[in-house]
Design a protein around this ligand. Structure first.
Ligand code: GH3
Ligand code: MG
Ligand code: MG
Length: 351
């Protein structure tokens, strides 16, 4: 008892030295240091004997650790799901599921597989330690425990856990950045629609799918009418706004499985999977009307006081059976639409 209190006194009054060391290690690690300051590490104490729990809990609380308790292996497995502790102190001798089995289960669980586990064994039990290592334990402390030793082991494993957490966070950041890069590589910067590269991939894939499953699909291509005149009169920035407006009209009015892309300067394409020619015509007509009816800025200076589009539609297999023939067919029909006076849909002839 006496020895315990001396030790305790030492820990509370003499804590500056180890804390200083602790802080200086972390000062080089940026956000890890802040993490440590902002959050009190969570420790789960697993023991079937209440007085053991109380002892550990009382001591850990003086060190600013948040403690949680479990009185057996099953409770420990449940607790890790909600508490997500930074460290587990696990008693070896417990009825039903002993410490080794609990350790094995914890290390298998999704939530606790990277949580350090310190096994609390009887003094100098070498056999327990070997079994503990085999069960995945990270460290050991003997009962009755020495407070200084316990603290050193706890701190050392929390350091590992924090580095692990930080690494995980960096990995997630990298994954998110990679995903964003992937998105950027597939999208058109001005309109947010897919770019030509992605359009090419999707259309090629649709051709292969259609060949294999004997299903039809369609391709819509359209071009803005008299757009050079609009740009020349109101400038490129105004022209860009029209391109963006048309892109939103299209993406907000097609199905989720349809793929809208900016094919080139003022030309757009929409791939309609599982869509035969008759249905594609309806979609094309809907898009044409939406553009015609949308109140674009400065539209009154355009012919007929409107911004309009001319649309060509080709379908697999009647309009073509390959990437090239399908695009060529939709393009030809688009130019037929221009030749016939613009602001119309053409889905027949020319191919
Ligand atoms: P038509 O009715 O036959 O389609 O004639 P048009 O004037 O629309 O077509 P033309 O091919 O002569 O000109 C296309 C114009 O599209 C040229 C250019 O000013 C404009 N354009 C192409 N790409 C962009 C772009 O990224 N931003 C802007 N603002 N304008 C663009
Ligand atoms: Mg044009
Ligand atoms: Mg054009």
């Amino acid at each position: 008892m006496n020895e315990g209190s001396t030790c305790f006194l030492y820990l509370t009054t003499g804590a500056n030295a180890p804390l200083f060391l602790f802080a200086s290690i972390y000062s080089g690690l940026g956000s890890v240091k802040n993490n440590h300051i902002n959050h009190h590490p969570k420790i789960l104490v697993v023991d079937d004997i209440p007085v053991n729990i109380q002892l550990l809990q009382a001591f850990l609380a003086t060190q600013n650790y948040k403690t949680f308790i479990a009185r057996n292996g099953e409770e420990a497995l449940q607790q890790v799901e909600t508490v997500e502790p930074d460290l587990i102190l696990l008693d070896v001798m417990m009825p039903k599921m002993n410490g080794f089995e609990t350790c094995r289960q914890l290390k298998k669980s999704e939530k606790a597989k990277y949580t350090p586990i310190i096994m609390v064994t009887a003094l100098n039990e070498i056999e327990s330690k070997i079994r503990g290592i085999e069960a995945g334990a990270d460290d050991f402390i003997s009962k009755p425990f020495n407070k200084l030793e316990l603290l050193a082991r706890v701190r050392s494993l929390l350091r590992v856990k924090m580095l692990h957490d930080q690494l995980q966070e960096k990995i997630s950041q990298l994954e998110r950045a990679k995903e964003r890069l992937r998105e950027l590589a597939l999208t058109d910067g001005l309109t947010g629609l897919y770019n030509y590269r992605h359009f090419k991939d999707v259309l090629s894939m649709e051709v292969r799918r259609a060949e294999r499953h004997r299903i039809s699909f369609s391709l819509i291509m359209f071009d803005i009418d008299y757009f050079k005149q609009y740009n020349d009169t109101h400038g490129h920035l105004a022209g860009d706004k029209v391109l963006q407006g048309i892109a939103s009209l299209v993406s907000n009015n097609i199905r989720k499985i349809d793929v809208a892309a900016r094919y080139g300067g003022e030309e757009f394409a929409v791939i309609l999977p599982n869509t035969p020619a008759a249905n594609a015509r309806i979609v094309a007509e809907k898009l044409r009307k939406l553009v015609e009816q949308f109140p674009f800025e400065f539209q009154e200076t355009q012919p007929n006081n409107r911004i309009t589009i001319s649309v060509g539609v080709s379908s697999y297999p009647t309009g073509g059976r390959t990437f090239e023939t399908l695009v060529a067919c939709a393009d030809k029909r688009l130019y037929l639409a221009k030749a016939r006076g613009k602001n119309i849909v053409v889905d027949e002839g020319g191919c």
